[in-house]
Design a protein around this ligand. Sequence first.
Ligand SMILES: O=C(O)CCC(=O)C(=O)O
Ligand SMILES: [Fe+2]
Length: 448
Amino acid sequence: MPPLILLYWAILENTGEYWQILHWFTADYSVRGLLTTVSTRSGRSCRSGIVVMVWSCQVCTFENVHDEYLACEAKRPRLAPSAESAPVGGPAPAAPAPAPAAPAPARSIANVLRPKRSSDFAGSVTVKVGAEAPRRVADASLHQYAPAAFARDFLPAREAHALLRLLHADGASWRRHPWFIFNQWRETPRCSKGFRMEASAAPSRICGEQGDGEARHGSIYAPADASADASPDLLAALRSASARLAEHVAQIRPGRAAPWLPTLALGNRYADHQDSVGAHSDYLGELGPRPIIVGLALGACRDFVLASRAADPPTTVRIPMPHNSIVVMWGECQERWDHAVPACGEGAVLRHALVGPVRYSLTFRMSRAAEISRPKCRCDKPAELKWRGTGYRWCCAGHAPRGDEHTRPDAPPPRHPCGFSAESPWATAEAARLAAAEPEYARVVQPT
Ligand SMILES: O=C(O)CCC(=O)C(=O)O
Ligand SMILES: [Fe+2]
């Protein structure tokens, strides 16, 4: 049967939503549908009755291969697609001045059929150096400003969508954790859960984040505690994503011999614009110095911010991370840069069709626990590893009950850091070895 193509316009009577729909019926009688008009409502059901209907949004690359219609919520185009080095506003470091909204996509067949990329709707990377006004930069130029790389539309769209569904089902059980900051225990302003991906290991909970007395904090990996409560489908999806990331990193990596094979994924769930992670570098007790850490963002688009600690001149990079985008943080990030997902205004969150304002991130890390001889602090717990300006030191980050334990009424109170601090000559030497094997970031060639 030759393909039959049908283009029609529909107005849903009860919602007033306007859809422009292109269907083509293929030889196997599957039906594809493209929506060109974006809706803000969700939950309508639309069954084709024939075989499969694929709804894809023209604005946010959302693709729903199931038989229900989920309204895409990406109704607010933000910054226009990258214009290399275009100034975007005044000198305020916190947020680049709003740029004019991207023009509405032309309603043409060519535009309907054009595969959409997230750069069509999410903002550009912006860089602010010293007192200069923030500038938009092309994604591929990020390495000129920070030891990091950014890529959009990383996983195949369906894989990203399936992973988001699995995370969203699991994410309801993720918890806020105690963390030590400003000399007191508080709850993390987001929920998190950790996964171990070694084939043989049970998934473990990660005990959230704790402070280190300098208003910086990092993620702490608890040893596997056998709370194997992630679905096999989710673990399989995490392993698949991690294999793709390992391959990507191998392609773009600046030197170094040993492969990066992630074995841990820390999941964060930001329920809305108020959830956040403050500026920090990660704890490295299990990862060793200068680790590669890769963040995969799924769901709502929020800004991921990298800020140099050096004042010569201070650099802030703001990366609006849309659904299915990744940021690779090279080793130097954990020494001389902080990263954050700041709280923002409600309107600054680019919602996702499936999860609305919820953002998930998975930060993939490679455990080197087997190579690291980790001392215990005075609390008799494994110490944490941090860069301290001139070298690495083991320190105590305080201790709180792991996983859900802290929510139990009989949970012991969290313990303040004991003040333990000891040089790690091994980590400092290992960092120097790794740094020598890395060429200048500015010379890293990014694939297009
Ligand atoms: O959510 C993110 O993108 C960052 C999370 C993070 O920094 C962490 O888990 O240590
Ligand atoms: Fe982090």
